[in-house]
Ligand binder design. Sequence first.
Ligand code: 8ID
Ligand code: ZN
Length: 355
Amino acid sequence: MTISEMTIPEMQWAQVAEKVGGPLVYKQIPVPKPGPDQVLVKIRYSGVCHTDLHAMMGHWPIPVKFPLVGGHEGAGVVVAKGALVNGFEIGDHAGIKWINGSCSECEFCRQSDDPLCANAQLSGYTVDGTFQQYAVGKATHASNIPKNVPLDAAAPVLCAGITVYKGLKESGVRPGQTVAIVGAGGGLGSLAQQYAKAMGVRVIAVDGGDDKKAMCEQLGTETYVDFTKSKDLVADVKAATPDGLGAHAVILLAVSEKPFQQATEYVRSRGTIIAIGLPPDAFLKAPVLNTVVRMISIKGSYVGNRQDGVEALDFFARGLIKAPFKLAPLKDLPKIFDLMEQGKIAGRYVLEMPE
Ligand code: 8ID
Ligand code: ZN
């Protein structure tokens, strides 16, 4: 901890979307003050999730705060805290994630399903997020990041990592079984491959293009199925399982509707399809007969609770999760959104905050 980290300025740099659809304006705004149960984190790095683009574009029928500072994979240093905060000291490393806070009182919060809280605050959506130098979050929902963990590589774990770790658990897939990861070349997909591997689960990666193929192979996938080139995607996925009977689980991360309607064709009988990606206006569709007579489960999975967050970070801290990421300065966020829109990012971009 240096003296400069402890000096909290009045103003800071941020990427601000003034209205739905943007554009983003890189400008100085006031540094927020932490409430009694909040920490103020000097953000060092923030991952860029496709959710941030959906938020700015108003893709979903859940109201977004405007003007908006997006971002929900923020890793940094606690520089101030409210009087009620016990879990953090000044100088601790902390993460601000999608669930910025929740009510703690409803049935969902009581049973540790805080993402389902109707009054949850969402970083970079209903409250300002981590595309700024200083961000606040409720201390009980902020992540403790051990000091030996690099903050740049840890940032994507705070949403992408937690979400895919939770999704894999929800799928019930077991060591030795096979998971098809659809959208494997993206941010969530790159981490999903690593968590699956760490759990002893075999991976079929589905995505498009040679950059993503190279990344998936580098991550150790056994098979890459290119949805832009495959003549029969269903047959290719099934053929990639040892007995040809299909994947035990399918994790849907793509920002496109088609795979959400196709997955029942290559999931194994008694297998589970986990929907995580959130393409706008899309529908899950499955033939009733096949779903029934092949006993297919279809489930949604939404980020993770606080314990999922602790476990996902622990996998990372133990060196089991090594997903590629590219660093860029905060001012470059508009360029990153452009690349993301075009599906040109293999893995994750992580923004570095100005000093
Ligand atoms: O809690 C949740 N459910 C949660 C948490 C975080 C993110 C949901 N998400 C959602 C995001 O809002 C977004 O809709 O998951 C989705 C994926 O987020 P991301 O990984 O941050 O997006 P990305 O890096 O752009 O990756 C998407 C990948 O999908 C591929 C693209 O090529 C890209 O690599 N893809 C597409 I678009 N169509 C495909 C297809 N038909 C496809 N891959 C295979 N088949
Ligand atoms: Zn996210």
